[in-house]
Write a protein that binds this ligand. Structure first.
Ligand SMILES: Nc1nc2c(ncn2[C@@H]2O[C@H](COP(=O)(O)OP(=O)(O)OP(=O)(O)O)[C@@H](O)[C@H]2O)c(=O)[nH]1
Ligand SMILES: [Mg+2]
Length: 471
């Protein structure tokens, strides 16, 4: 029985040939097992007579009957496979030549090379997963911290989709209440349960808005929590970036104004992905290029979740005071965290016991953290890493709700929420139910684009096109 909606068979490497010991080649489609049988010779039964879930040993020969490789073949039968189709996974040796040669033989036997994301697209079309889950496959593959993996895994396992399903179910309830009103409209009956209708709407809107607002956090998890390193010229910002990364990423020199453009690099601290942004030192200048750099510093400062303000302990108190009040005036302490770093503590000599100062991680006005460090010697960097991790602690990953990490989903949620808000205001202004129903349908279809129920082909092409071949 043919479960698939596709009539051709595709093949591609699912691992990168030439790296590692083995390469996995995937074949999927109605002819998959017949094609693999033609290419891989096994003792006793051929591959297409092998039962599902079995692994077979076989030999691949070329047209001149020369051995290409010894391989293992895993056999999957529709609908119990990744794509939902008959599939086989051939494990061969990780030589690019071997992989290319086997793929060539598979294509000669009737397969064609898969395009990017085509296996996952088939899994989606064949109902093995919805669109949000399919997109999570790419997120799991690219996840670079335990937090991003956790969110991607929850989405892959359908956590986000089931929340959307709940929301849709409630909206359908709203729709049916509206229908009721439509039915009775001729009799001029006051709508049976208008208060129930509006409270349902309120609930759904707030649920959608909560999901949408998790995007700021979700985006940070996926792309890294943005941390801007700002301060005066020569205060040691680039030295700090390099010290945190353990890599000479940015140019360091004692010439003030060394860093012109921003330099970004990600790093996992305590399981959280941070994106550090080194910026041009703040000072007044007549240099046009440096001016552009400094305006970028302020831009990055305003976009960051965490601001590291680097002060030079060898500068005058007055200079540092002016600088810190400039930075504080530009930080929004309700949504951004500020950590003030007194750098070059190694130059203080024995006069001040900085270790003691750092022991009681100090808070200025209870609002921001203050730390003594030396970017040069590494002193205080452990405390800094702890402080960074602590800025993200109040955001719990174990909440009951899914976290939105995908800008496409975020847009759809925002649109759905706007459509529902129109329903709510029309409701109170006494607009006829048939007009309300239109906005309600819009909201449902926006939500449907997330899971792929109502997603146009071009959008699907764009989403799966971003996958790599073999996924
Ligand atoms: N002693 C000491 N010197 C440091 C420390 N951090 C940086 N420096 C020195 O200070 C100078 C400036 O360092 P940078 O990292 O280039 O400073 P910056 O803030 O990036 O400077 P701009 O890019 O010009 O804004 C260099 O000579 C560094 O070696 C430190 O903790 N202790
Ligand atoms: Mg610099």
């Amino acid at each position: 029985m043919d479960y698939s909606l596709f009539d051709d068979t595709i093949a591609a490497p699912a691992t990168v040939p030439g790296t590692g010991a083995v390469t996995l080649l995937r074949v999927s489609g109605p002819e998959a097992l017949r094609i693999v049988s033609d290419v891989v010779r096994c003792e006793s039964k051929p591959i297409d007579e092998t039962s599902a879930g079995r692994i077979r040993y076989g030999i691949v020969y070329n047209e001149s009957d020369e051995v290409v490789d010894e391989v293992l073949v895993s056999v999957f039968k529709a609908p119990r496979s990744y794509t939902g189709e008959d599939s086989a996974e051939i494990t061969c040796h990780a030589s690019s030549f071997v992989a290319t040669e086997i793929l060539r033989l598979l294509c000669a036997a009737g397969a064609r090379m898969a395009s990017p994301g085509e296996f996952t697209r088939r899994a989606f079309v064949n109902g093995k997963m919805d669109l949000a889950q399919a997109e999570a496959v790419a997120d799991v593959i690219s996840s670079s911290s335990s937090a991003s993996l956790k969110v991607a895994m929850n989405q892959l396992r359908g956590g986000f989709s089931s929340e959307l399903k709940d929301i849709r179910a409630r909206l359908l309830e709203v729709a049916s209440l509206l229908e009721l009103e439509l039915d009775f409209s001729e009799e001029d009956v006051e709508f049976a349960d208008r208060s129930k209708l509006s409270s349902l709407l309120d609930e759904v809107i707030s649920h959608i808005d909560n999901l949408a607002s998790s995007f700021r956090f979700g985006n940070a998890i996926r792309n890294g929590v943005p941390v801007a390193i700002v301060g005066a010229v020569n205060s040691g910002k680039s030295t700090l970036l390099n010290a945190l990364l353990g890599d000479e990423r940015a140019i360091v020199s004692d010439i003030p104004g060394t860093t012109r453009d921003t330099v970004e690099e990600t790093l996992v601290v305590d399981g959280i992905l941070f994106r550090f942004i080194d910026t041009a030192g703040l000072r007044s200048t007549f240099d046009e290029v440096e001016k552009i750099g400094i305006s970028r510093s302020y831009q990055k400062l305003s976009e960051a979740s965490v601001v590291l303000a680097v002060l030079d302990l060898t500068s005058s108190e007055e200079e540092n005071g002016t600088l810190i009040s400039d930075i504080v005036s530009k930080v929004d302490l309700s949504s951004q965290k500020l950590i003030v770093l007194f750098n070059k503590s190694d130059l203080l000599g024995g006069n001040i016991n900085v270790t003691l100062l750092n022991k009681e991680v100090s808070f200025i006005d209870n609002k921001y953290i203050k730390l003594y460090i030396s970017a040069k010697t590494g002193f205080g960097l452990d405390e800094l890493r702890n402080a960074l991790a602590s800025t993200q602690k109040d955001i719990s990953l174990d909440s009951d709700h899914a976290i939105v990490t995908n800008s496409r989903h975020y847009e759809a949620l925002r649109n759905a929420s706007a459509a529902l808000s129109r329903v709510r205001s029309s409701l109170s202004s006494g607009i006829t139910p048939d007009l309300l129903a239109e906005d309600l349908r819009d909201a449902l279809s926006y939500l449907g684009t997330i899971t792929g129920e109502v997603t146009p082909d071009e959008v699907l092409g764009e989403i799966f096109g971003r996958f790599c071949i073999g996924k």
